[in-house]
Structure formats: structure tokens, C-alpha cells
Design a protein around this ligand. Structure first.
Ligand code: TYD
Ligand code: MG
Length: 443
């Protein structure tokens, strides 16, 4: 079949050989005998806490919820080239330093290539165990002998097991190999990290098919043209999924970024129209991110809308709201919106800043350089409450912002830190009126 009846794409179907049919004998009864063993009441179960292998890489430990859990499986997913192998190597080196043997199974690269990459790291993890192997069965031997506390498999798309006939990287193969490795990790008590590629098209069996069988799914995000990388937990059986780790890809691998806001704002041109700063909260971290907008008259045909780092649907919604509720004529313009630094914004609290950036470009009035804005915008034009306003104001204050446009409804709830004045806005029309009064003319 050339075309997928599900998604409508061409040539995305991959052939797979089905396994042998299950034994067709009489079906065994599910409830053969009585027997109570194995059943306990919830009250009888002791709330044991999982022991942790703290890796010593603070950004990673925080996202994991304190470190790797022995016997658990972590899936580290990301687009090719984002830095998964680099992070894996650093993780292995860190565990090796603190807790003893770590085994790196390289199915994608040769040990020589791994060595080259390791040369760039601050200190070479000389005792890291490398195994160039793609057969799951043959990984078992060294795993049993060397008793590593951590096993990394780079990548799960290259390994295969004899039980399934389909090619490495196919859904059946990836799933079966990962299940075997996960079972081995549980019985050996090693932490297992599986590295998986996600492609933009998602055509190859990706990490999605593994999500249910692993304990933690970490995604490493970032734009290859920018040095920033964010590590998030999409699923975490042992901790929160709200934390992010921020890294910078440099000459010596991934370096933790303690103050991301400063980096994100480093190249800002204060006083330029079409730019607004938004204080965003990711887990317990606050990031100040610059949002830029540029409007240009539409040449012919329909207007173009391009958003980078911001959801297209969000931008379309804000345009409609600004047009209808604040009477700013935008619909005849091409619009480009960009979250600088390659950040991907998912928080609705950025709405007000996006809206202000758009209006600022349209009116050619710059948002004053000491002003930031946060608030979710509703379809009625109302600016809705955001969580953790205290954290947002504190981060803004730390980086020298003196005024922050905030939702009217929460303005009085947070005690503003010294040096910051919250400016309450009830709806987008208020924000636009504020900009008309306080904005700085360009030039
Ligand atoms: P890599 O970890 O191989 O990505 P993945 O395994 O996700 O495909 O590395 C990605 C890029 O990072 C690669 O283009 C080279 C770059 N890099 C650095 O900039 N600095 C470094 O110290 C290292 C090791 C890699
Ligand atoms: Mg790699």
C-alpha cells in the first residue's frame, strides 16, 4: 500500500514479518484453583523508598528526582544530533566516578568514535566499559560478569534479539529488545538507560512505542543551531515531570547552565519594537525568555504566519483576540514570532508577552527595556491568572526588570520583591492602552 490510510502520508508504511502464531491449544482457565497468596491490603505494604544513584550531574539528578533508581529503565529520547550520546557519556562518566562500573553499549558508533568524543570531556573516564555489540543476547554475558551499576544502550534502534525476525529499528524489534533489556536490568539491579532517536516524521519505530515499558522518559530538546539544550521528564515514576535541566553544548560537552535567563537575554537589544520579556516557570526554575515579533504588510494573497518556539495555534488565537478585543488591525499583515535562544515555549503564561510583542511591532512602539509581562490570554481578551507569580517577579527583579505586567486577578496575591512594581492588567485592551501610553517610539 503506498498511502497510509491513517495519516494520509505516502510511503511511510514499513513491512514487518509477523511472528509465529501463538499455540492454538485449549485456553487455560484464568481461575484454576483458589489461593490467596500474593494478595495484600494496601495498609500492609511498607512505603519503601527507592534507593538512588545520585549521578552528581545536578541538572540530570533534579530532572530524575534525585538520581537513577537501580533496576529501573530510563529512555533518553531526542532528535539526531541534539546531544544524546554526549549526555549519555557524561552520565556514564559521572556514575563511574561515584559508584563504580558502568557499561556503554555502542551500537551506533565504534569504540574509537566514543573515545574521540570522550577526549573532549573535562576528564577522561578511562575505566568506562565499552561494548560494541548490537545483539541483545550477547550483551548479557559482559553484563553478568562485570556487574555494572549502570548500563547504557546507544541506541535502542540498533539492537536486535533473535526472538523477533524483523529488522533492527522496526516496532516489533525495538519493543522486544527493550523488553528483554528491561527484564535484565530488573533482575541484575542495574539502572538501564536506553537512548532512542525521534525523527521529525516519526517514521521509524521511535521512543513512543517504549513509553509504557520504561519507568522514566527523558527528552533532550533544543535547536541544533543554538547551544541551549533542555532536558525534561515526559514521564517519571520516581519524581516530578515538571523539572527541566538546562544545558549549553560547548567545547567540552554539555555544561549545566545555572542562570539560564542571563544567557537567554544576553543578545537582547533593549528598546527595539517587537520584543517582550516573559518570566516563565519550568518546575522550580524560572526563565526569562525574550519573545520577538515582526509584522510586515502582506504582499499579495493570504497573510503568512510563522512561529518559531511558540505554538502556531496560540499565535493565531492571540491575533484573533487582539483584532477583536483590542481593535488592533493585524489581519492584513504577515507575522513572524520567535522565542529567542531556540527555546520552545509551552506555558500559556507567555501569552501576554507574545501579544505585547506583536502589538509593539505593529505600533512601532518599543516596550520599555525594564518591563516584562506574564499572563494567559482568554478568548474574551481577559488576562487570566498564572501560577507562581512570586517566582516570576523575583527572577525579573534579579535581572533588573522594574515593572511587570501581571493579571489583575493575582496582582495583589504575591508580595512583590523590592524594586519591582507589578502593573495589573485586566484584558489585552488594557495592555495595549498601557503600551500606547508608555511605549517608546522607535528610532
Ligand atoms: P551527539 O551526542 O552525537 O548527538 P546524538 O547522539 O543526539 O545524535 O552530539 C551532537 C553534536 O554535539 C555533534 O554535532 C557535536 C556536538 N558536540 C559539541 O559541540 N561539543 C562536544 O563537546 C561534543 C562531545 C559534541
Ligand atoms: Mg548518538
Amino acid at each position: 500500500m503506498g498511502r497510509c490510510p491513517e495519516c494520509g502520508e505516502w510511503n511511510t508504511l514499513v513491512e514487518e514479518t509477523a511472528g509465529p502464531p501463538p499455540d492454538a491449544g485449549p485456553r487455560p482457565a484464568l481461575l484454576p484453583e483458589t489461593g490467596e497468596e500474593g494478595v495484600r491490603t494496601l495498609g500492609e505494604v511498607q512505603p519503601g523508598s527507592a534507593p538512588r544513584l545520585a549521578t552528581g550531574l545536578d541538572e540530570v539528578d533534579r530532572v530524575l528526582g534525585g538520581g537513577l533508581v537501580p533496576g529501573s529503565v530510563v529512555l533518553l529520547a531526542g532528535e539526531p544530533g541534539v546531544g544524546k550520546s554526549t549526555l549519555a557519556l557524561q552520565l556514564a562518566a559521572a556514575v563511574l566516578r561515584r559508584h563504580g562500573p558502568a557499561l556503554y553499549v555502542c551500537g551506533e558508533e565504534s569504540p574509537e568514535q566514543i573515545r574521540l568524543r570522550a577526549e573532549r570531556l573535562p576528564d577522561l573516564p578511562k575505566d568506562l566499559l565499552l561494548l560494541a555489540e548490537t545483539s541483545v543476547e550477547r550483551i548479557a554475558g559482559p553484563w553478568r560478569e562485570r556487574r555494572p551499576g549502570l548500563v547504557l544502550v546507544d541506541s535502542v534502534q540498533t539492537v536486535h534479539c533473535g526472538r523477533v525476525e524483523s529488522a533492527p529499528g522496526s516496532v516489533a524489534q525495538v519493543r522486544e529488545s527493550a523488553a528483554l533489556l528491561a527484564a535484565a536490568a530488573r533482575s541484575a539491579g542495574s539502572a538501564l538507560v536506553l537512548i532512542g532517536h525521534v525523527t521529525k516524521e516519526g517514521s521509524i519505530a521511535g521512543p513512543r512505542v517504549l513509553e509504557h515499558l520504561v519507568d522514566v522518559v527523558l527528552t533532550l530538546e533544543g535547536d541544533r543551531a543554538h547551544p541551549f539544550r533542555m532536558l525534561r521528564a515526559a514521564k517519571n515514576r520516581f519524581g516530578s515531570t515538571a523539572e527541566v535541566g538546562v544545558f549549553q553544548m560547548g567545547g567540552a560537552g554539555l555544561e549545566a547552565v545555572a542562570n539560564p535567563s542571563e544567557l537567554f537575554l544576553a543578545e537582547r537589544r533593549p528598546g527595539a519594537p517587537g520584543s517582550t520579556i516573559a518570566p516563565l516557570v519550568e518546575g522550580t526554575r524560572t526563565l526569562l525568555v525574550e519573545i520577538q515579533a515582526l509584522l510586515a504588510p502582506t504582499g499579495y494573497g493570504t497573510a503568512r504566519r510563522t512561529a518559531i518556539g511558540v505554538d502556531d495555534a496560540r499565535v493565531a488565537l492571540l491575533l484573533a483576540v487582539l483584532d477583536r478585543r483590542a481593535r488592533v488591525d493585524l489581519l492584513s499583515c504577515d507575522l513572524y514570532v520567535n522565542a529567542t535562544g531556540g527555546v520552545r515555549i509551552s506555558e500559556p503564561a507567555a501569552d501576554l508577552a507574545i501579544a505585547l510583542a506583536i502589538v509593539s511591532s505593529r505600533l512601532d512602539l518599543a516596550v520599555p527595556p525594564d518591563v516584562a509581562a506574564c499572563g494567559e490570554v482568554g478568548l474574551g481578551g481577559e488576562v487570566r491568572r498564572v501560577g507562581r507569580l512570586d517566582l516570576r517577579l523575583a527572577e525579573a527583579a534579579r535581572l533588573g526588570f522594574h515593572r511587570v505586567l501581571v493579571p489583575e486577578t493575582v496582582a495583589s496575591e504575591a508580595a512583590a520583591p523590592r524594586g519591582v512594581v507589578p502593573i495589573p492588567v485586566g484584558d489585552v485592551a488594557d495592555a495595549v492602552a498601557w503600551l500606547r501610553e508608555h511605549g517608546l517610539p522607535a528610532g
